[in-house]
Structure formats: C-alpha cells, structure tokens
Design a protein around this ligand. Sequence first.
Ligand code: RAM
Length: 913
Amino acid sequence: MTQRSCRDLRVEHLCRPLAVGAVSPRFSWIADHAQTAYRLVVTDASGSVTWDSGRVDSSETSLVAYAGTPLAAGADFDWRVESWSRDSVLDGGSTFGTAPDLDAWSAPWVEPVQVSAVVERWSLLDWIRGGGPTAPVEERLRPANLLRQAFVLDEAPVRARLHMTARGVYTAWLGGERVGDEVLAPGFDSYAHRISVQTYDVTRQLTAGENVLAVALADGWWAGRIGLTGSSAQFGDRTSVTWELHAAFADGRTRVIRPGATDVRSGTGPWRYTDLFVGECYDARALPDGWREPGFDDRAWTPVVQRGVDARALVPFRGEPVRRVQEVPARTVRATPDGWIADFGQVIAGRVRLTLPALPAGSRVVVEHTETLDSDGSWFVNIAGINKEQTDVFVADGEEAEWEPEFTFHGFRYARVRGVDELRPEDVVAVVLSSDLEQTGRFSTSDARLNRLHENVVWSQRANFLSIPTDCPQRERAGWTGDLQVFAPAAANNALVAPFVSRWLDNLRSDQRSDGRVTITSPYSPFDAEAAEKATGLGGIVAAAGWSDAIAIVPWTLYERYGDVRVLEDNYDAVLAWIGFQTRTAADELPATLAAGDLSPERRARQALLYNTGEHFGDWLTPSTMEGRPTHEAIGIAPALTSELVAPMFQAHTLTLASRMAEVLNRPEAAGLAARAARVREAFAAEYVSADGGLPVRLQGMYALALGLGTIPDDLREAAGDRLAELVRERGSRLDTGFLSMPYLLDALWDTGHRDLARAVQWQSEAPSWLSQVDRGATTIWETWDAIAPDGTIRAMSFNHYAFGCVDDWLFRRVAGITPTAPGYRRVRIEPDLDAGVTRVDAAVGTPYGEIAVVWRRAQGTVTVRVTVPFGVEATLVVAGETVPLGPGTTERAWDRVEERARDRADEGAEHV
Ligand code: RAM
C-alpha cells in the first residue's frame, strides 16, 4: 500500500469557498492515480458524521453530490475523500508514455478541507436607507451615503461572519479595515427577483470593546445608469443596505448584531457623486476624520430609515466576486494642450489610480477615459450617448494623495488627466477589474499575430466578465444573451466559468417572461420591459432568435465542458417554456411575405411548425450589410434580411439540445423533442433549402448556420458546403458572418472538405478578418471589423466586444486540436491541424480532472507531439492518420515524413471514392 494523494478539493467547482449556497453541494477532487473507488465523509462542526458515502466503486472525481442528512445552516462542516486505485486500470491501452506505476491499492485520507455553511443562516430583516442629504449636488447625480454602526463586544469572538448586501453597491469596513477584497458588491443581479448576499469572515477584525461597522453605499447598477440608454434608477431610485454579524465566543455564546434605526447613523462624505457610467467625484476635503473608527462623533449625522426586507429575493452569492485582478502600468504619458494622455497599451475594464502631489485645497483633477485615440493621436471618445462620460474627478484637500475611484469602472486604454502640472508614468496605473475567475487555459504558437489574437480574446473576456457577462464594458455593460451564447465555448477554454455563468443563468431564468420568452439581456430591468413595450422595431424586442436560445446553448456548453448535470437540471424547464413560446408563435403566425390563403395544406402545415416571424436581430452586424453605410442605417439590414431563416434554425437547434438534455436527465420528453426537432428541420428544408443545397439568402452566415445547426439535409451538405466556399472565395476569404453564424463558419468549411479555405479565413489579414484587427493594433476584440477602417478612420463603436472572439474556441479545438468527446473532457480527442500554418503550438485546457496539455512542433517533415493527460480522462491522439490511445501522464512521440503520409492518405481516400 502506498499513500496516494488527491488534491484540488473543491465544493461547487470552487476551491475553499467560504459559503456555499447549494442545499446539496457537490464535491470534486483530482486523483493523482487511476481511481477505482472513493468514499466521502462529511462531518459537522461537532465532529458528527452527516454523510458517509461508504465505498463507492467509481472512477468519478467530479461533482459528487452530497446525500447525507441536511447540513445545519450557518455551521462549518468538514469533508474528506478517500480514493482507491488499482494497478491494472492504469495501462488503459497505452502502448507508450510515462504512466506512473502504482501499487495495487491505495487509500489515502486527504487533508480535511473546511467550508462554511451550505444553507446560509442570515435573517437580514431590514433595509437601511441613508438619511443624509440626498438632493442632487451636481445635476442628475447624488452623493454616496456613509453609514456607521457602533457596538460593544465584551470579548473578541473566535468566529465571526458578516452577511451583507445592498440595493446599490457598497464597501464596508470593520475595525478600520476594509471587509473582504471584493469591489462593487453585491454585484449585478436581476434585483427585482434576486439580490446576492455576501458572506465575509471578519473574525480578526473584531475586538473586545467598541467596534464600528462603516459602510459607504452608492448607486451602482441598482439606481445608477446602465444599459443602452444609460437611464438611471432602473431598479429603484434610492439605495439601501442590510447586514447581519454573527459572532461566536470561546465559551460557546453567540451574538447576532443587526442594524437598527436607532444605532445606525448616516451622513455623506467624499463621494460627491459616483455612477458606473458618468464616473466618480471624490472630494478629499469631505472625508470625515475617523468615521470608520470608534469614538467618532456622529451626532450631527442623521438617523436612518428602516424598511422590511423581502427575504425571498435574497440569495447566497454564487461564484467569484469582482476584484482588482491586475495592474497595468502606463507605457507612455505625454503632454497635450488639453491635459496629459497616459497610454496603458491595453484596453481594459477598470479604473485609474493616481499618485498626486499636494494640490491646493479645492483644485480639481479630472480623469477621462477612452479606448482609442483618433488616427492623428488626438483625443477621441468611441462611445456615443448621454450619461456615458466615464470621467472621474478628484477634489484636493491640500495633502498628497493616492486616489482610485471606489464605485465606478470604465472601458479604456487611454486616460487623459487634467489639473496636475506634471504626470509621470509612475504616477498613474490602470487597475483591472474583473470577476475573479480561475484562469485555466493557455494557447501560444510560433506565430506572434495568432498569439496576440488569443490574448485579445482573453482580455475581452476579462473585461466583460465583470459581475455578469456583458457585451462591452463601456457603452452598455448589459448581459446580452446572444453575445455569451456565441462566446461561451471559447470562454470555457480560458477560465473556469461554470460558477460565474451558472449565476448569470439563475438571473436569466428569473427574467424569463411568463409566456416563456427568454429576455435578450439579463439582468432585465423593469425599465427595460417598459421601454420595449413603448418601442417599435429593434427597440421593441424582448426575446430574439439566437439570443433567447442562450437558455439552452449556454447550459449545454457548461455540460459539455464541465460535465455539470445540475446546470441542465436547473435550466431544463426554462428551455421547455421557451420552446413552448416558439411552438405557439409558429402555429399562430405566418411570415408577412406569405398570404395565408395562397398556401397549400402541406405548406401551411410546414409553416405552422416554423418559428419564423417576429422582430429579431438576425445575423447581427453581418459585414457586407454594413459596408459603406452609416451605422444607424446599416444596423437594421441584417435583421431584415436574415431573421426569417435564423429563427427556425435556432428553433431546431434548441429542440435538439432540449432532447439531449432530456436524455441526460432521464426525462420522458426526450423522444418527443427529438421528433419535433426532426420535423422542424424537414419543414425548414422543404420551405427554404433548394434541391441543390441553396438558401434564399446568399450570405456566408446563412450557410454556416445551416451547416452548423444541421438544418441542411444530409445529402445536400456537400453542395451547401460548396456554396459556402464559393461565397467565401467571392469575398477573397474575408469574413462575412454576423454574431450568430460566426462560431460556425470555420467548422462548416472544414467539415464540408474546405479545410484550406477555413485556414485561409483564419489567417486572412485584410478586413473583415481577425488578424486585420491585430495588424491595426487591437488589444481586445472589436464590435465591428471597421471600428478602425483600413484608411485609419475611427468609428464610434465598442473596442471591447467578445462575440467575434468566439474563434478562440477554434484555435483550441483545431490548431491545438483539443476537443472534448464526452462531457467534462472525460474523453478527449487530440487532433492538431499540422497544416495550421504554425510550427509550434503550446496549449492547455483545465478540465474537472486536471489539465490537458498539448505541445506540438513541426520541423522538416517531422512532427513531435507531447500530450499530458490527467487521470480520469481517456484521450485519443490522432496524428498523421494514426490513432493512438493515451494513458494518463505525459506522452511524447514523433512522426517523420508527415507530408508523405498525408499524400498516402489522400491517395487512399481517392481510391475509396
Ligand atoms: C448591441 C449590443 C450587443 C448585441 C445587441 C443586439 O447593442 O452591444 O452586442 O447583442 O446590440
């Protein structure tokens, strides 16, 4: 017997979460051996066993659900895993490699890992609303509230947890120190339905004697400006906060401290106004001396207003909070007549921290932000719209200062600073904000441009995974469903996105309309709903093809990449409800071009199956529909041209995904859904696909979608693929796909035998193309290809939109060759494209079982491939026509004469034909 260890113990995907919201949390670990059995033991704080799984003969190490007696709310629990392995299992058919040789059995007890309550124990009774002056100090804007509660403890606690949330955004201090390291808590949720509660360990911040909990509370997403219109107060026009402190003492006593109307006082301080879009004004003169410490005289402050909390809306926060994840120094700082322009060399979401000299009290330092300068280097603001100033103001108090805004963030690469005589590069730093996800993937090649493209995707992901997945971090900052739907697979290669995306799905479900419509953004505010009702055209859209289908596609992506079945369970009913809406609409409506009376009974029956009416975004931002037109004019063309085709294609896709979900979940609807999907596909083919594989709209995107979503009959796939290839060639191998079809284009070409063309599109350097952006200095993915036109003209578009970055998934799957063939990478196929146009690739993805890494090199006809596979993953390596099963560990092999082999294979193929 040898001691073998497990590592990376996780609860609900996360390492050592302090609090877990799930009633039946799932445990994961990584076994550094071929596990054949496990045993999980969970004990409560008193050491009593609440669950002993017994020995379970299973190789599963990921997401094993708790099945013991309900875990006590509010109490810590421990869990341990015991994991056995057997030698014989290890060889796994591998004929080479470095699989470690293990003794027959091993039964290690792993370090117990402590996590806190599964079911949170708060009762959070009252919202506390600041009573200070709330009248606007500057047009349209309000100051942040300061609140403080002083309380006395007769001894220091041995354990203390603070549960807290706000309608607004808050920062709290206890014992004079900031509570936790997150920013913009509680994060963005669909507040009308759910507000996330944070839990902090504050044991070390409490002492015997007087303690002070100090809180600054600002508008944030609740009352501040957000979304396309930048309108304020979309969820409510007044902020409030609630908290509850649970302290336990050495002798077993406990105490709960809640804010009350009499012991909380409120005032205002340095944040004269602060808003996510407009920016923040911090007046250093107005900082009340010592307000976060005991002894501060708050008698001049006002009492607060107390209102009962609707406890149903409160949910434990799930996933990773927003943090300052990185700092980017200024590359250059230069003087212009209008101020100092700092260039951070990278488009980010975040804010600027300034080191300021002692400036005369009352003087103002103004910081503006933008993602791009104009072609002549002058200041240019690339986001249009009121309320989107992205300008921070510091009002000096005569002292030196280090200042970073607290309750706002901006999308920028450049900052223009006014009000200082001099600004040195070391005086200014960009602080990157993002939901603090674990970065799991890497991708680099021998080609610097391809590497930069990948980096740009990672940066756009970082900037737009900020509390919720957003379209862009400057203009709208909205949780557009379509954008995430196309980007989710790429995102999952780069980071562990399951908890973050699952929390967003929780929001999306809560936003679903009672008739089954899945909203185009989530959070979807009451204001959004009202605005859509009043609007016509694109502005009136509530649900849309390819956007609303995110309810099926995103959970399926998480299942595919993480093997997470619960995410399917959680979203399945919502998918059925959306299908219900599509089905009813299909039965009730006919496209305007068809008159009911003229249709044959067969056509009528087919049309009644197809969801092909209504207003949609279609294949949004399809390049050829935009070129040469002003944006406002161009924007509606793709929707008008493509919606009738796009909507039923996504309808078919969602039906298929729903039937697969039903199968995984053992639901009785599986067969019915699959049959319906087949009928919709047949109807689509009969109504829209010509006998020679043609579609009524001659756009790359329509063919890419039809091939990718399987709405072309099998026998016409080749013909349709040829038509797609023809369209791509007509455009000189440049992109002409919009948001929805982009993820399917390269695979559609590849799968129909146009591999060289797919490679040519990927390598294309003339716009529209990915590398054209890189060549024009992009550091993130742009919303449109002509955000900077070939002649250098800059357009007022977003420079940080991840949607078109979906190609990153292709780079991992095709260039590195890592494709999951069973959920959670339980099985993986590694088939790098040796003709990808690079001589070296070094890539890895994180999986629930550990990292899968691939390094391949090509030199003078010889290809060397090194693959590292974790235990629990069955890998197949396919190189130069040879298929090799791989065991765990690192395997390196070389193939020579790869060109000849390829030729031989091609000849063989020809013979077969
Ligand atoms: C734009 C957003 C987003 C897109 C919608 C349809 O305004 O930026 O990317 O999904 O419109």
